[in-house]
Design a protein around this ligand. Structure first.
Ligand SMILES: *Cc1c(COP(=O)(O)O)cnc(C)c1O
Length: 334
């Protein structure tokens, strides 16, 4: 494991970090475009942990994950000339689909740099929305560099999956809606990869539920966020191997970490086994398909029954994109 300073934001963003005003602007742009996903409850889940759990079902969002929010917000914020030349991004899948879908809706051409081992369903979906896919090897090549090269050579605007103010502000609208629907919560669990969903969620909570303890959740195999929080600076780890493919990021963003460091209550981890147990729970009891990464926050809440007993607790289910064969293999094996 190596420790390095925060990588420079590839988009050249600098200056003041995103605020709640950016999240509110994003909410206005997304109105009538993104689904206002339901907040679901389950007596069985409540009984399991002895708390009142509120699940924000972003697995039911357009393109199957919250990423549509940030992608659409970022493309909608571009000027005419930028929209004409088009955008490029890199992603383990959900951001790619989101950018491709949002680009299609806004008439903006999209190029996507994707790992060769990205789930087939995600590659097919990106192409299905009209995106052009360029592959890379996630264990030997840098997706940031390839994205930057394409951006330079084809004059495309780079929209990274998390390290971007308009992206994280868009992601924050999921938490904004959750808190609008539930009122103040005692605690909120949000997963993190690069930290866009968490940073945006923290901004939303700062306005709607300032006393809410917001807990970030990441896979045990890839706890760079937890290490970064303890150390006070961005810690880079080797690409983690976990079933949570949406959280295989080796470091937090230069635009997300400062917001997280300032506002997050804590960052905790869960194991792949706990993710599988949560996937089973959602499928069996709530009739929901939630992808492994999408179960991070819930798995942490399920494990925290002692701490959250009697409390009102929000849980963001971040996405539901998982090949059915992979889903069956994960939930079917004992
Ligand atoms: C991208 C993604 C995450 C991680 O989001 P960040 O903004 O990178 O922290 C979590 N869950 C799902 C389903 C995702 O697609």
């Amino acid at each position: 494991m190596s420790i390095s300073p925060a990588p420079a934001a590839a988009t050249g963003q600098s200056g003041a970090y995103a605020t709640i005003a950016d999240v509110e602007r994003a909410a206005a742009r997304l109105k009538g475009v993104a689904h206002r996903t339901p907040v679901l409850t389950s007596r069985t889940a409540n009984a399991l942990v002895g708390a009142s759990l509120y699940f924000k079902a972003e697995n039911l969002q357009r393109t199957g994950a919250f990423k549509f929010r940030g992608a659409y917000n970022a493309i909608a914020a571009l000027d005419e000339a930028q929209r004409k030349s088009g955008v490029v991004t890199y992603s383990s899948g959900n951001h790619a689909q989101a950018i491709a879908c949002a680009g299609g809706l806004l008439g903006v051409p999209v190029t996507v740099v994707m790992p060769q081992d990205a789930p087939a369903i995600k590659v097919a979906a990106t192409r299905g929305y009209g995106g052009e896919v360029v592959f890379y090897d996630r264990f030997s090549e840098s997706r940031e560099e390839i994205g930057q090269e394409l951006s330079d050579s084809r004059r495309l605007v780079l929209i990274p999956p998390y390290d971007h103010d308009d992206v994280l502000a868009g992601q924050g609208t999921a938490t904004l809606e959750l808190l609008e629907d539930t009122g103040p919560l005692d605690r909120l669990y949000v997963c993190l990869g690069g930290g866009g969903l968490l940073a945006g969620g923290l901004l939303a909570a700062s306005r709607l539920a300032p006393d809410c303890e917001v807990i970030g959740v990441e896979p045990e195999a890839g706890n760079d966020g937890q290490q970064s929080l303890r150390k006070g600076e961005v810690v880079t780890i080797a690409v983690p191997r976990t079933i949570a493919d949406g959280a295989m990021t080796p470091y937090l963003g230069a635009r997300t970490f400062p917001i997280i460091r300032e506002r997050v209550h804590d960052i905790v981890t869960v194991t792949d086994e706990e993710l599988v147990a949560a996937m089973r729970f959602f499928a069996q009891r709530m009739k929901l398909i939630v992808e492994p990464t999408g179960c991070l926050a819930a798995a942490a809440a399920f494990a925290a029954h002692d701490e959250i007993a009697g409390k009102r607790v929000g849980v963001v289910l971040s996405g539901g994109n998982v090949d059915l064969t992979r889903f069956a293999a994960l939930v079917g094996a004992d």
